[in-house]
Design a binder for this molecule. Structure first.
Ligand code: SF4
Ligand code: SF4
Length: 311
């Protein structure tokens, strides 16, 4: 009876619905089963440029690519503004495939690492630095190609693969969804056609860029198992761009002061994967740039003091 009650309670949680939506979004975005035709929509999430069956585009990759083609990226910019002003970073919590994969990695470890507040605050800035570097490369490539094509060409040559889409060259999301599946496919054929040593020497001949990609990807995955959503909190430039505008979003959270017993309880903050300082924020409405609206805090609050608020 107790077990049944437990199952019923967990089914009624918002987190169960969130997992279902994340999974369905994943299937829809990659059109894995349904074979849906692509639609002309960009989303501010991390999926992968290199997957043919995808039905929506990636706003951040398109922004970089349009700059490389010296086209003003009004469409991806409008997408970033629209989504973050209306929904904050809710797509990070509910739709982004790479966010979903990180949420699954949390189940690998039972106990997670505590990051001190000071370290967390310093690390959060990293993603803005990364965003700044990527935008600097993309804008200077575009500017140099427009102002002086010959200088631009030399600059592009010097940057090599980083000229076109500087982020996606090493993006762990592209590695997971595009590079690794291709590698496994080639390995499957190689197993039948080549000897063990031929396969090993093929792996040893991987380019330094591919090794860097793989190392970044595995590093990000291991970190995600120890620190929930560590990539989203500390490194994701797409999340950083969303965070810049999401502090003005219509969507927010409110905390009812009569119900909240914050002096004794910090359950909401302990549940938050993004380390949002919930009880230190205004109770009428808060839209913290780090909040991904996963609503874990809403689920966990024992007095039901937290609720989403729109607008
Ligand atoms: S922060 Fe980046 S990886 Fe994380 S959910 Fe948002 S877009 Fe996806
Ligand atoms: S504050 Fe609440 S909704 Fe926002 S990220 Fe933290 S747990 Fe999720």
């Amino acid at each position: 009876m107790k077990k049944l009650e437990g199952i019923k309670n967990s089914l009624l949680k918002i987190q169960t619905l969130r997992r279902v939506i994340q999974f369905v979004s994943f299937l829809l975005i990659y059109s894995v089963i349904l074979g849906i035709n692509p639609i002309p929509l960009l989303l501010p999430i991390l999926s992968s440029m290199g997957v043919q069956s995808k039905i929506v585009g990636e706003a951040f990759a398109t922004l970089q690519y349009m700059l490389y083609e010296t086209i003003f990226p009004w469409f991806p910019i409008a997408i970033f503004l629209l989504f973050s002003i209306f929904l904050g970073r809710a797509l990070c919590g509910w739709v982004c495939p790479f966010g979903f994969v990180q949420d699954l990695m949390v189940y690998v470890k039972r106990r997670h690492m505590e990051v001190s507040l000071d370290t967390h605050r310093s690390l959060v800035k990293l993603k803005y630095v990364l965003l700044g570097i990527i935008l600097f490369i993309s804008f200077t490539v575009a500017a140099s190609l427009v102002v002086s094509p010959s200088v631009g060409e030399s600059y592009v040559k010097a940057l090599g693969p980083f000229a076109q889409t500087p982020f996606n060259v090493l993006s762990p999301s592209d590695t997971l969804f595009a590079v690794l599946p291709k590698m496994f496919l080639s390995l499957r054929f190689a197993i039948y056609q080549q000897s063990f040593w031929e396969i090993v020497s093929g792996i040893a001949r991987f380019s330094p860029l591919l090794w860097a990609r793989l190392m970044i990807f595995f590093g990000v995955m291991v970190l995600a198992a120890y620190i929930p959503r560590s990539w989203c909190k500390y490194f994701c430039p797409n999340g950083a761009l969303m965070a810049l505008f999401s502090r003005f979003s219509f969507l927010g959270l409110k905390r009812e002061p009569i119900k909240c017993t914050r002096a004794e309880c910090r359950i909401c903050m302990e549940a938050c994967p993004m380390n949002v300082r919930i009880t230190e924020l205004p109770w009428e409405k808060f839209n913290d740039p780090e909040c991904i609206y996963c609503l874990k805090c809403v689920d966990e609050c024992p007095t039901k003091a937290l609720k989403p608020k729109f607008p």
